[in-house]
Design a protein around this ligand. Structure first.
Ligand SMILES: Cc1ncc(COP(=O)(O)O)c(C=O)c1O
Length: 502
């Protein structure tokens, strides 16, 4: 070794660290970056919601691995020229596709501070973990969960739902399942969700080793809520033929139309049948902060677990998914795995057990809690709740505009903040699909689509706190204009029919 390494090679050499030679340079560029991003958010309305990516821009990201470094200013220029103009668009108030939160300048600043601290929230004894525990306590309080309830930040609700399935699995089969696998007993376990449940639930069943066929997809009523009588009948039938029902996943805001399942009736059914009751509240659960929506979530306080995203209606920048489990011990049993190198102490940096790595699959974890803490503390839950109420009021405004336009029709009841509609036309699925693409490419708005009973719907999910009446009007005008153009181009007569009574 000694002949390989000379002492002089280990002498401190400033140029070998990744810190700048001149802190003032990075300070001034850093201030510019901050100013630029604040300007970006402040002037977001002046830009298209989204724009197609030119080939030349994509090519910027097909470079060979950079062996030599590039000056930071040049890298930043590439970011401003090629990344910023071609982002998803969900900061923009005209973005209504899928279910995307708008973020906030406060959240952005907190994210910068978190990156500066570079804290690892897998475990150990440091205040960033107390910040996450503060959010756990606040979330408990929001939903009326007991003190023993545990919570954890994760990427998003897809991950939180998977983890809930795993906690329910360990609870049903006992801790041995973690060593032996689900075995013959596990192969008989069945779970239940409505047909309108998000696809990540069936994916979670698949990833947990049950297979997606073990998820029974129950019919919904006219309001797109799970048919509780059909749910009860399916559970009874499965028991009769030898299956072992273990889990019901209710939706608090279905992804297609925003329907909230009857959580109180499902609570009663799960209690009676001794089933784990999980709520997928990806966006809808935070409706608890809105005085108008909260009563419709009655029953959520009795769930065994809730998955939700602070990055949706909580307006926290991506990503900030969250899982809360009523019985923290059950939660720990599903994930804790002692290891010599993760030994706990009562003093020193290795104190403070239980650690978040005992409650989920991740050991290294970022400081998602900080941007959530800043958001909740800076705005307060009353204001965040008012934003949620406003999104729902805008959805009703959009519904009214659709009902007033003979060439538009509503395709689903407006439950919450999601509106599904279409332009009346022959070959309506093709025409409406094209209308949505045209609107996205125009930069005016960004709705998405979904299929409802074989009909392609233009789907507007109003989640962004910046969206206002003018954005809804712009969407309606764009649908009418592109719809009329499509109908003229295809030379097909438009079908005029009275609006659907719903
Ligand atoms: C009802 C519902 N569940 C789950 C998800 C998945 O959440 P995430 O994208 O945060 O993983 C979504 C996403 O929109 C959703 O609406």
């Amino acid at each position: 070794m000694s002949h390989l390494l000379r002492k002089s090679q280990l002498e401190p050499d400033q140029s070998e660290t990744l810190d700048p030679q001149d802190w003032d340079d990075i300070r001034s560029l850093g201030h510019r970056m901050l100013d630029d991003m604040i300007d970006y958010i402040a002037t977001i309305r002046e830009r298209p919601v989204w724009q197609p990516i030119p080939d030349v821009v994509r090519e910027q990201f097909c470079e060979r691995l950079p062996r030599e470094g590039t000056e930071l200013g040049e890298v930043y220029r590439a970011f401003t020229d090629f990344v910023v103009p071609y982002a998803t668009g969900n900061v923009h108030p005209g973005f209504m596709g899928w279910v995307h939160g708008g973020g906030s300048a406060v959240g952005m600043l907190a994210e910068m501070l978190a990156a500066g601290l570079n804290a690892n929230l897998g475990g150990r004894d440091h205040v960033p973990l107390e910040v996450e525990r503060q959010i756990v306590a606040w979330t408990r309080e929001m939903f009326g969960f007991p003190l023993g309830a545990s919570g954890l930040f994760v990427t998003g609700t897809s991950m939180a739902n998977l983890m809930a399935v795993l906690v329910a699995r360990t609870s049903a089969l006992g801790r041995d399942v973690r060593h032996k696998g689900i075995g013959d007993d596990g192969a008989l376990l069945t779970a239940y969700a409505s047909k309108a449940a998000h696809g990540c639930i069936s994916k979670a069943m698949d990833m947990a080793g049950f297979g997606s066929n073990a998820l029974r997809c129950i019919a919904v009523d006219a309001a797109h809520r799970v048919d509780v009588a059909a749910l009860r009948a399916q559970i009874a039938h499965d028991r009769e033929v030898g299956f072992k029902p273990f889990l019901v996943v209710a939706s608090a805001g279905t992804v297609d139309v925003g329907a909230i399942d009857d959580l109180a009736s499902i609570t009663a059914l799960c209690r009676e049948q001794r089933l784990w009751f999980h709520v997928d509240g990806a966006f809808g659960a935070l409706g608890i902060l809105s005085p108008e929506i909260a009563p419709r979530l009655a029953g959520i306080e009795s769930a065994n677990s809730i998955a939700l995203d602070f990055h949706k209606w909580g307006q926290v920048p991506y990503d900030a998914g969250f899982l809360m489990v009523r019985d923290g011990e059950r939660h720990r049993e599903a994930f804790a795995a002692p290891a010599a190198y993760l030994r706990r102490e009562t003093r020193g940096l290795a104190a403070g057990s239980c650690w978040p790595c005992d409650l989920g699959p991740d050991l290294s974890r970022g400081f998602r809690a900080l941007k959530t803490w800043f958001t909740l503390k800076t705005f307060g839950t009353a204001k965040l709740g008012a934003v949620i109420s406003r999104c729902c009021a805008l959805a009703i405004y959009l519904e009214r505009r659709i009902r007033a336009e003979p060439s538009l029709e509503l395709l689903a009841p407006v439950n919450l903040n999601i509106v599904c509609f279409r332009y009346r036309a022959n070959e309506a699925n093709r025409v409406n699909g094209e209308i949505v693409v045209n609107i996205q490419e125009s930069g005016i708005a960004a709705p998405s689509t979904t299929m409802l009973d074989g009909q392609l719907a233009i789907r507007a999910a109003i989640v962004n706190h910046r969206t206002d009446v003018s954005d809804i009007d712009a969407l309606v005008e764009a649908v009418l204009a592109f719809g009329a153009r499509r109908a003229a181009e295809s030379d097909l007569p438009e079908m005029q029919a009275p609006p659907l009574a719903m």
